[in-house]
Write a protein that binds this ligand. Structure first.
Ligand code: NAD
Ligand code: UDP
Length: 329
């Protein structure tokens, strides 16, 4: 009998790569997504498989899945700052009510539960690099608070179910991850720069570009998540690539990679945009024997190949996704 795993956010960037990995490992995969930021195009290659099912469902309402479940991976949530600014209430609900529903499901199914937490729980960090013992520096009422606090609540309720109900739970703190299937117009820096370079537009740097990020290629991220799920470790684990770069230098790398003659232009820095971010991955290394294998130049080449093969129509349909049908007035 195949092990059965429920993956929420399956039609999104990370969720779809996780579906691929679990199918390849011989699991029966049940994908669930309400398509608010995701797209069926990310998983349509799986639809013909007997070991794949998909449910179009909003996990902030009661979640029913028939049959047994061995694992639940809760990845449903808007993840780009522009998305969660546009749909702040959905973001709060999917991290809180959605996580509660899925923990309830995991409890009745006796399934191991893993949540996609984030480096955002460290806020604009005062400790560098960020290790798992750092409590963070989050502005609860700032624009990013809807995401950061939902994720912090998600960690708390998961630990409460672990301690109170003795459930098997895992918490991965994901640092900026990139690769094929990111949405071109989700506003995150890599699709933004790729789209701008391919359309011949200037690259928009927010602030003075001296803020840093550390970008992890998706295959490395999926490997870390897979190892954590199968480990016996319940406390949070950072998974990310510690290779840190300023956004300004990163823009220069993109210009070289894409071979375009674009300039950079400077726009205002969004509120509470973290000034530096780099994961301390010693715990992942010690507990999971994990470290990233794909460096930025290799990962960015694969990512550029994906974006440059998008159709002209996709490339120029650069306006942001329409969320109106998901919003109750
Ligand atoms: P994404 O937007 O591509 O995927 C999220 C998916 O969740 C989408 O398909 C969306 O339609 C779905 N979704 C949202 N609300 C839902 C709901 N109520 N019910 C059902 N489905 C819903 O984003 P991603 O980058 O793939 O992120 C996936 C997860 O990983 C998120 O939880 C995010 O917080 C976390 N994460 C990602 C990163 C990163 O760098 N990509 C970093 C930190 C954390
Ligand atoms: N950024 C930028 N130009 C863009 C998009 C983003 O300079 O067109 C910056 C953003 O201000 C942040 C960094 O790039 O400092 C990473 O942004 P992203 O939205 O990818 O993720 P974050 O790490 O902030 O969640």
């Amino acid at each position: 009998m195949r092990k059965r795993v429920l993956i929420t956010g399956a039609a999104g960037f990370l969720g779809s790569h996780l579906c691929d990995r679990f199918i390849a490992e011989g699991f029966h995969v049940i994908g669930m997504d309400n398509l608010i930021t995701g797209s069926l195009a990310n998983i349509e290659h799986l639809f013909h498989l007997e070991q794949f099912e998909f449910y179009n469902h909003d996990v902030t309402t009661f979640v029913h899945v028939s049959g047994e479940l061995d694992y639940i991976l809760h990845f449903a949530s808007p993840a780009s700052p522009i998305d969660y600014l546009k749909i702040p209430i959905q973001t709060l609900k999917v991290g809180s009510l959605g996580t509660h529903n899925l923990l309830g499901l995991a409890k009745v199914k006796n399934a191991r539960f893993l949540i996609a937490s984030t480096s955002e729980i460290y806020g604009d960090p005062l400790v560098h690099p960020q290790d798992e013992d750092y409590y963070g520096n989050v502005n609860t009422i700032g624009p990013r608070g809807v995401y950061d606090e939902a994720k912090r609540f998600q960690e708390s309720i998961t630990m409460a179910y672990h301690r109170f109900h003795g459930m098997e739970t895992r918490i991965v703190r994901i640092f900026n991850t990139y690769g094929p299937r990111m949405r071109l117009n989700d506003g995150r820096v890599i699709p933004a720069f790729m789209g701008q370079a391919l359309r011949g537009e200037d690259l928009t740097i927010f602030g003075n570009g001296l803020q840093t990020r550390s970008f992890c290629y998706v295959d490395d991220q999926v490997e870390g998540i897979y190892r954590l799920l199968l480990s016996d470790y319940a406390l949070p684990v950072n998974i990310g690539n510690p290779d840190e770069i300023t956004i300004k230098d990163f823009a220069e790398e993109i210009i070289k990679l894409t071979g375009t003659a674009q300039k950079v232009v400077y726009n205002e820095l969004p509120a509470d945009d973290p000034l530096q971010r780099q994961p301390d991955i010693s715990k992942a290394n010690a507990i999971l024997g994990w470290e990233p294998k794909i460096d930025r130049s290799e990962g960015m080449k694969k990512t550029f190949d994906y974006f440059r093969n998008l159709s002209k129509e996709q490339l120029y349909k650069s306006e942001h996704k329409d969320f109106s049908k998901h919003i109750r007035k």
